[in-house]
Design a protein around this ligand. Structure first.
Ligand code: SAH
Length: 235
């Protein structure tokens, strides 16, 4: 997968994506990151990219003409089918299903906003899809793009060593993951549940499913509705 990132802060990348399993995948070029500095497309001597919002209000808005030039430059030398995404709290919320669709695309162009955002005419003219990483406001799209890239890359088959670890993770089958334990067996007087020690895989997987359902009911009742619906569809 190839990620092209339009940002005012290219020096932030690859940042946290340099480490651990994702970092190894980056080194092996299983995915690549390229940045485009939005500021390079300002025609002003000061290199400013924003102006005050029409209609008044706080903050500044990134100008459409500058974004258009930056996007056209990013779209040059495209090798394959690509998709352009604006990371924005006003977008469709990123979830497992959406990530599954994004991983199928070879090249993603990610636009990171700043200040109050980007002139809406640029987004509409280019029919850009907006994606949000959650119902809160970050101060810039860069952290959101780290989240999107990390979640996509870990779904590329060669990235995680054990494919099974993906299957049982939270949000697969609309459930949160069951509790996990490792050695020692007795830590500060708290013992690991006996059932995990008996080697009976059937009993262990039944226990884990029960714990997943219990936790999801308590923490995320909205997911349990989806889980029950998917079970009904299976029958
Ligand atoms: N005024 C905007 C928020 C701007 S925050 C509003 O109320 O919707 C500045 C930039 O941070 C945004 O343009 C976007 O690129 C990024 N950002 C903030 N919160 C985000 C979120 N939840 N998901 C994705 N990107 C986000």
């Amino acid at each position: 997968m190839k990620f092209k990132i339009l940002t005012l802060f290219p020096e932030i990348f690859p940042g946290p994506l340099k480490y651990s399993l994702i970092g190894k995948a980056l080194k092996k070029k299983i995915f690549t990151i390229e940045t485009v500095n939005i500021r390079d497309f300002s025609e002003k001597k000061s290199k400013s990219v924003d102006d005050t919002p029409y209609g008044g209000g706080a903050g500044m808005v990134i100008k459409a003409d500058i974004m258009q030039r930056a996007l056209e430059s990013a779209k040059k030398n495209l090798e394959c089918k690509s998709k352009v995404i604006f990371l924005s709290p006003g977008g469709k919320q990123l979830n497992t299903e959406l990530i599954g669709d994004l991983v199928k695309i070879k090249e993603l162009i990610l636009i990171c906003g700043k200040y109050e955002g980007i002139d809406d005419r640029f987004l509409k003219k280019n029919k850009i899809e907006e994606i949000s990483v959650g119902d809160y406001v970050l101060s810039g799209g860069e952290i959101a793009s780290f989240i999107l890239i990390d979640t996509c890359v870990r779904l590329i088959p060669e990235v995680l060593g054990n494919k099974n670890s993906l299957k049982s993770e939270s949000f697969q089958n609309h459930l949160l993951e069951y509790p996990q334990y490792t050695k020692p067996y007795n830590w500060e007087g708290i013992k690991v549940p006996e059932i995990l020690l008996n080697g009976n895989h059937r009993e262990i997987s039944d226990w884990r499913l029960k714990k997943s359902i219990e936790k999801t009911k308590k923490i995320r009742p909205d997911l349990i509705i989806k889980f029950n619906k998917s079970k009904k569809e299976e029958v």
